[in-house]
Design a protein around this ligand. Structure first.
Ligand code: 5GP
Ligand code: MG
Ligand code: MG
Length: 179
């Protein structure tokens, strides 16, 4: 599997160090509170698991799966809920955990949705950000790494459902796409 990778952009150690920093900041942000932490499936599942172990306030977890309407290359940003939350967000401090923000369309609709359900606060933490590709005005409250405009895999992120289990973030060899 590692043979398919052309270049490692961010190592496992760098990712884990960054997550500890984010966890410390979030623990401060939510001191004395009890946030509802929402994992946006599937890409954020590994980040979610590693991140919550570094947060020291009591918290609850929930999971949501969404897909955006539109063709495969362009997100329309209209969110279709594939799996909804089990818990109500009403009156809760919600922390959305995202893998990567690209156009930002999916996330902006998700934030609207949770606000409309009367969450008392909606905060976003993303491990990766590709600001060059943004089409809506949106910034995460907490960001791990800013990436160049390249398609990356690993640490939860897939190409055709593969490579999610790589512990680092990398770029695939071009021949993988053409096979
Ligand atoms: P957007 O911000 O454009 O609405 O969508 C973001 C989603 O697109 C991410 O949650 C992720 O699933 C997918 N995505 C964006 N950039 C990449 C990338 O570089 N690699 C992979 N594997 N998925 C990406
Ligand atoms: Mg995502
Ligand atoms: Mg994907």
């Amino acid at each position: 599997m590692h043979n398919d990778i052309q270049e490692i952009l961010i190592s496992e150690e760098e990712i884990q160090n960054k997550i500890r920093e984010l966890g410390a900041e979030l623990s401060k942000r939510y001191e004395g509170r009890n946030p509802l932490v929402i994992c946006v499936l599937k890409g954020a599942f590994i980040f979610m698991a590693d991140l919550v172990k570094t947060i020291t306030v009591p918290l609850e977890l929930d999971f949501m799966a969404v897909s955006s309407y539109g063709d495969s290359t362009k997100s329309s940003g209209v969110v279709k809920i594939i799996k909804d939350l089990d818990q109500s967000v009403e009156g809760r401090d919600v922390l959305i955990v995202e893998d990567i923000i690209d156009s930002g369309l999916t996330l902006s609709h998700l934030i609207e949705l949770l606000k409309n359900r009367n969450a008392s606060s909606v905060t976003v933490v993303t491990l990766f950000d590709k600001p060059a590709r943004r089409t809506v005005n949106l910034e995460a409250d907490f960001t791990g790494f800013t990436l160049p405009d390249a398609f990356v895999v690993g640490y939860g992120l897939d190409y055709s459902e593969r490579y999610r289990n790589l512990p680092f973030i990398g770029i695939l060899k071009p021949e993988i796409y053409t096979n």
